[in-house]
Design a binder for this molecule. Sequence first.
Ligand SMILES: [Zn+2]
Length: 344
Amino acid sequence: MTATPLSMHHLHGHSLNDTKWVIQSHIAAMFIPSLFTALLVKKMGLKNLMLVGTFIYALVTVIALSGEHVMHYWWALVLLGVGWNFLFLTGTSLLPQSYQASERHKVQAINDFIIFGFQATASLMAGWILFKAGWHVVVLTSLPFILVLFVVSWFYFKHERLKALAETTTNANTLTILQRGEPVLSAIAKPVTVIDSEEIKQLVDDLKITVASAKGVGIAAPQVGVSVRLFIMCSAPSERYPHAPLLAPSVIINPEILNASNEQELGWEGCLSVEGKRAMVSRHTSIDVRYFDEHGTEQHKTLTDFLARIFQHELDHLDGITFIERLSDENEAIDEQQWRAAGE
Ligand SMILES: [Zn+2]
């Protein structure tokens, strides 16, 4: 970018107005995409956007090398801006994900120093290279860097794909979800004694994959026939629960409610073990809870609203209760189709 005005105005005799227009367009192209880059990341993923950004950079060199008319400069600089935006955004989002929390400040400082150090050096060198060797050489000096970017993006692309593959080939199994009427669903489950046992780890993996494939927001061990005090909460918007908040799957072991708000609230519930039924169930709106996570660490939390509801629903399963038993009349439960038709 710094060499462009010199090249346009001094070497190729373009007017200052044209030069100004190209630089203004470049700066607009650097920042305007930010309005929708986050959306693109969500749609395409970081790795794809990194590859697109790098591809745009390569396209810039092709356009810049193909001529010195105003439009060549304009397209090259606009695409350079867009490519920079994509790569800067993906790069800065990847950076904090790639290090431990304790290393982050140091890494951020090193990263910023390298970026701005490079920027200053390149700006100073661009003019010198331009007058010594010409515009084409300035453009060509960027090629090795673009090549490195391709290699790095490609490596990351492959790494992410392998990771995704590894996740799908763990030995987790989708288990059959038992339906109300099975004795285990009305039994009181036993506390987990050894949290870091192989059996519990396997059970947690299996439950996670089972609840995900059933599009549930929670599942308790008794629902797959294992009578222990363990459940998974994995609230996320889905077709079963369109208004559910997003929460990473949490493993809840030996849970207790220490305190519950007097205030209760009616809300729609369904259950993977009561297929095709929904009902309004009254639950405490806020609860203080204690449980152990899958690492055996004791957790204290205050849960409210929908998350408090899931916790109470799943805890009920550990005590042999489904939401149907919470109703004063079993007939209060309606068919899921009816519930859907009511627009909930
Ligand atoms: Zn349930």
